[in-house]
Design a protein around this ligand. Sequence first.
Ligand SMILES: [Fe+2]
Length: 217
Amino acid sequence: MTATADLVTASDSMIASIQARIDRAIDDLLASLPNPGELSAEERRGIIARYTAVLEGNFIYWMTGAYLSVGSDEARAKIIDNLREEVRDCHPGMMRRFALAAHAIPTDADAQAIYRNLMNVRLFIGRLSAVPIVVTMAFFEGFIQRFMAYLAELARRQGSAEMEYTDVHGVCDVTHTQELFRALEAEMALAPPMPAKEMFEGVELLRTLIQNIVVDN
Ligand SMILES: [Fe+2]
């Protein structure tokens, strides 16, 4: 293995290949989801509860970490738009109402089930390394958007009709995605080339956490 062969630098084709790798990781996660019809009520509750335990208190925190880490105006503008919407429309409150209506408020055991994998993502964010964080948040947002139909289905099967959270987050916003990857390009122009392993470290940690949301292990 050579150290230089796998270095990633900013260019249109490089951004496209990063986006393709993120899309593939999301596809794999979605393909691994258990069929909602084959889950018990407790398994459905557990998935919603662990998802809530991760999202409610961490999304704005991690997006803030992204804001603190970046150096380009493009990235700052993109992230601040996201943070403004999160705070103004009270997305943590929306998340809580969703869990409450599905009888899936996280318990101590739910928090414990994701503790270690959640901590690994927190420590990664704390290093404030711009490019890996922006890549991770692009993966996170892309996953959330495509996960919403599944999450809503679990909630429906729990007897809930409270779908504001999944409705708001399930919208496919092509412009938003394009801006996000433009922000990534701007950050990559500021950073020295890095190995792919380093660039996708947060994606791997977050993927492990999401797998842990789906299956309590
Ligand atoms: Fe949100």
